[in-house]
Design a protein around this ligand. Structure first.
Ligand SMILES: [Zn+2]
Length: 340
């Protein structure tokens, strides 16, 4: 009887963890949204196929890890101090000439604007540089786990930097009465149309000047922001609310979403913008992985490909994720979470 009770207790604890995860994803939607899970996973996966054989031998073997962990940075962003601001930059805060005003490098930017102020408005272009540098160090140290962790994270930040609404303080159309547009652009449109996207971009190429390339990508992304907002506003004038939105059942819950017709028209008006940005993400993710490896002196990755994630590694990762949740929700640890 005692055993049964204990099993039931374990079941309850698991259930509460599941509830926490669900709550966390709902909480995330309430704040700054992000590329859908599918897009992040897909971008990391496709980037692997652009790598040269010397890297592919390692990355292909761990392609599942790179996809599964592509959304880690989103899962920890309300739990880990300093994480949230790595996903965006509100360029409009700095005026029309933001891209001329903001220094390429973090140290110069800190001197000019102060760290607190920078963090308040997002730091994605600088953080991608930091992560690229950390990846070079991980390659030099031949630390397989670290290489994978940083590669997965880097893929995430690069993808976020290609979402136009990650470069403006009007990130969800909340300043212009267009609430919901963020998820519409980066989750709903890929969900409906990505099966037709052509995302192959050829082999990875070395980036001579990563900081400049990253800022150029952010500048191109930001240039699309006005179009994203304007076209939705214009199209909305042609649609009554009951045609603009439809209701769908997801996981047993009825949710309001943009109708298929409205989505299709908007997607046509954008003329392949979502596809272009997704393709550019895949390109830059692989190029930065490759550049970090070259800069580390092209270490032989073949011996590292034997890395297997042991049960211990998996437990550690799970414990870390629970730690993020706990910090987020300030939940007391359950006795059962502490594995003997
Ligand atoms: Zn993100």
């Amino acid at each position: 009887m005692g055993g049964l009770k204990r099993k039931f207790q374990i079941f309850l604890n698991r259930l509460s963890l599941f509830a926490l995860l669900l709550l966390l994803s709902l909480v995330s939607f309430g704040f700054r949204p992000h590329w859908g899970f599918w897009a992040h996973r897909h971008i990391n996966r496709l980037a692997v196929y652009r790598l040269p054989p010397e890297m592919l031998v390692f990355y292909k073997k761990h392609i599942g890890y790179l996809a599964d962990n592509a959304v880690n940075p989103d899962q920890r962003r309300y739990a880990v101090v300093g994480e949230a601001e790595r996903h965006y930059i509100d360029l409009d805060v700095y005026g029309d000439s933001a891209l001329q005003v903001l220094p390429l490098y973090w140290s110069a930017a800190k001197e000019k604007f102060g760290e607190d102020s920078l963090r308040k408005h997002g730091i994605v272009p600088w953080y991608i540089q930091t992560a690229t540098y950390q990846l070079t160090e991980a390659f030099q140290a031949k630390d397989a786990r670290r290489i994978l962790r940083i590669s997965a994270d880097l893929g995430h930040y690069v993808a976020d930097a290609h979402v136009p609404l990650h470069t403006t303080r009007n990130y969800n159309g909340q300043l212009t009465g267009q609430e919901g547009i963020h998820g519409f652009w980066e989750s709903r449109l890929p969900e409906l149309f990505a099966s037709h996207f052509e995302l192959w971009t050829g082999p990875a190429t070395y980036i001579e000047h990563p900081a400049r390339a990253i800022w150029e990508a952010v500048a191109r992304t930001h240039a699309a922001t006005d179009t994203v907002l304007l076209l939705e506003r214009q199209l909305s004038q042609e649609f009554s609310d009951d045609r603009k939105y439809s209701y769908e059942t997801r996981n047993g819950v009825l949710v309001r979403t943009y109708s298929a017709e409205f989505s299709r028209k908007y997607h046509q008006l954008l003329q392949g913008q979502v596809e272009r940005q997704m393709r550019a993400s895949v390109r830059m993710v692989a190029d930065l992985w490759y550049t970090a490896w070259i800069n580390a002196g092209q270490p032989d990755l073949a011996p590292l490909s034997e890395l297997r994630f042991t049960e211990e590694d998996k437990k550690q990762e799970a414990a870390e994720q629970q730690g993020w949740l706990r910090r987020l929700l300030r939940v007391r640890p359950e006795a059962d979470d502490i594995t003997p």
